[in-house]
Write a protein that binds this ligand. Structure first.
Ligand SMILES: O=P(O)(O)OC[C@H]1O[C@](O)(CO)[C@@H](O)[C@@H]1O
Length: 553
């Protein structure tokens, strides 16, 4: 396609941006249009699969004209065509020649889904048969039918994986803790730092521990090393009597490597190469979720995501919630030079949500090369960060309110708490902060207001809030249960897709993680050889030498 920044809508947006920057003030837009909230908010409805979710985009730099132009840009960039190609199973991951088909994993609605003419839902290794395997296994473990080598129930789960084979399962099991089996303890070991595995093993009893070795490729150095350490620990602790087949299962696409590792293929939960790591929590990689919250809840999680898929696939662009979210991402990144996106859930259970979204967003859209191999002449992927509120308000929100950078923010709240303790006071305080932060960011505080409060003149510049800082408020119409969580994640997945489609990059590969991996492998060997390694710059060589001398290696 023609470079995105040469599309007609791009230059129209540039001119429009100049007008907005000069003349648009959010609080005035509300004052002059009583209907603004209704005009620019959208409610996600899922026919009862999940609670309604309200997406309020009205506190954004958005007018009818902005939305028209952004939709025009999406049209010219072929967003709908690209979306349809994804749902058709086309190989849109063009640098790896793969389809992008995580939506098939949660296709509870019975869509026909094919890759290269093959039905991916049915058949011996199809999505439905893996789901059935996950259902049977999770029910056996939860009921105590599947026991360890001494006949004890397995209640300690250690998931060994990294990146997408860790972040999704961690985030989702934390988010759904309310639904978790009370007698089950979960550990997620991802880091190659021995401390991570050592601490998990310290807290584990081999008789009651189930290891899930989660790796799409089954070649990731951290995961395979951690898995081997876990296996050696298990064999040692059980005096060689422990039955690996009862205590180790694999979640992977690589049967050959799984078998080499010593896990029976009967205990392997598979998926296909068309599932990207950061999109894999819906696949067998989500086994820890099914074990912890039960298969029925895992199924609801899939159903919530499928409902969002349906919305994304079928809704015209102007009302399409992830499309609006993605286009706003482009609007701020490319036309207002915003470098970041803040996601702050007002929800303690979502404390790993931003960490999860970091991989989703930054591994997907941290690319500078477009589909024809040329460099993008515009800004792409934003830096995503976040922490739950109200904690974040007491750490980095100072910069969001009064710093020099524009930081578009998403705030997420559930109308109902799973823990309405103290007569729901906590939830009401949480909600009042959710409303107040977005309002404060928008309205700011003027010098006149400060003077009226008696603020000394010399403090006025310090206490001034310029306001006019955009936010999107997401309000879940009930508690955040499995279906609501599924819908929220799928919203961010599709938002990321839309951004990547407009930027004309491949949101589905991750070549940028390779170079460091290759160098680390080479240096690992050098640490056991004399000298400071071959061919390094003086800094790297000097550091290797100092490390060896300090560590006496
Ligand atoms: O599941 P695997 O194959 O071990 O990969 C783990 C992670 O490593 C990455 O490839 C990045 O190094 C991610 O994309 C992926 O989620």
């Amino acid at each position: 396609m023609a470079p995105t920044n040469t599309l007609p809508a791009w230059s129209e947006l540039q001119a429009h941006r100049d007008d907005i920057a000069k003349n648009f003030v959010l609080k005035e837009a509300f004052a002059s249009d009583a209907d603004r909230f209704n005009k620019f908010s959208r409610t996600f409805k899922s026919d009862g699969v999940s609670a309604d979710i309200l997406f309020d985009f009205s506190k954004n730099f958005l007018t009818n004209e902005t939305l028209d132009l952004l939709v025009k840009l999406a049209d010219e960039a072929g967003v709908e065509r690209k979306r349809d190609a994804m749902f058709r199973g086309d190989k849109i991951n063009f640098t790896e020649n793969r389809a992008v088909y995580h939506t098939a994993l949660r296709n509870v609605g019975g869509w026909e889904m094919k890759v290269e003419g093959q039905d991916v839902m049915n058949g011996p290794n199809g999505v439905n048969s893996v789901l059935q395997h996950m259902k049977e296994f999770s029910e056996q473990v939860r009921s105590g039918e599947w026991v360890g080598y001494t006949g004890k129930k397995l209640t300690n789960i250690v998931n060994v994986g990294i990146g997408g084979s860790d972040l999704g399962p961690v985030m989702v099991t934390e988010a759904l803790k309310h639904y978790g089996a009370p007698d089950m303890t979960l550990h997620f070991v991802s880091n190659i730092d021995g401390t991570h595995m050592a601490e998990a093993l310290k807290a584990s009893d081999p008789e009651t521990t189930l290891f899930l070795i989660a790796s799409k490729t089954f070649t990731t150095a951290e995961t395979i090393t951690n898995a081997n350490t876990a296996k050696a620990w298990f064999i040692e602790k059980t005096g060689g009597k422990g039955d690996v087949a009862k205590h180790f299962v694999a979640l992977s696409t690589n049967e050959e490597e799984v078998t080499k590792f010593g896990i029976d293929k009967a205990n392997m939960f598979g998926f296909e190469s068309w599932v990207g790591g950061r999109y894999s929590v819906w696949s067998a990689i989500g086994l820890s979720v099914a074990l912890y919250v039960g298969y029925d809840n895992f199924h609801k999680f899939l159903a919530g995501a499928h409902a969002m898929d349906k919305h994304f696939r079928e809704t015209p662009l102007r009302d399409n919630i992830p499309v609006i979210g993605g286009l706003l991402g482009v609007w701020y990144a490319d036309f207002f030079q915003a470098q970041t996106r803040l996601v702050a859930p007002f929800d303690q259970y979502l404390h790993r949500f931003a960490a999860y979204l970091q991989q989703l967003s930054m591994e997907s859209n941290g690319k500078a090369i477009t589909s024809d191999g040329s460099s993008a002449k515009y800004t792409t992927g934003s830096i995503l960060f976040g922490e739950p509120c109200t904690n974040a308000q007491h750490s980095f929100f100072q910069l969001v309110h009064q710093g020099t950078k524009l930081i578009p923010a998403d705030f997420i709240l559930a109308a109902k708490s799973h823990n309405p303790i103290h007569d729901n006071l906590h939830q009401k305080m949480l909600a009042s902060n959710y409303f107040a932060q977005a309002e404060a960011l928008m309205v700011g505080k003027t010098d006149d207001q400060l003077r009226a409060e008696g603020t000394p003149e010399e403090l006025i510049p310090h206490k001034r809030f310029l306001g006019n800082r955009p936010t999107t408020s997401i309000l879940v119409g009930d508690v955040i249960g499995p279906a609501e969580l599924g819908a929220l994640i799928a919203y961010y997945e599709h938002l990321t897709f839309v951004e990547g489609a407009v930027w004309d990059i491949n949101s589905f590969d991750q070549w940028g993680v390779e170079l460091g991996k290759v160098l680390a492998k080479k240096i690992l060997k050098e640490l056991d050889e004399p000298g400071n390694g071959e061919g390094h710059d003086a800094s790297t060589g000097g550091l290797i030498g100092a490390f060896k001398s300090f560590a006496k290696i």
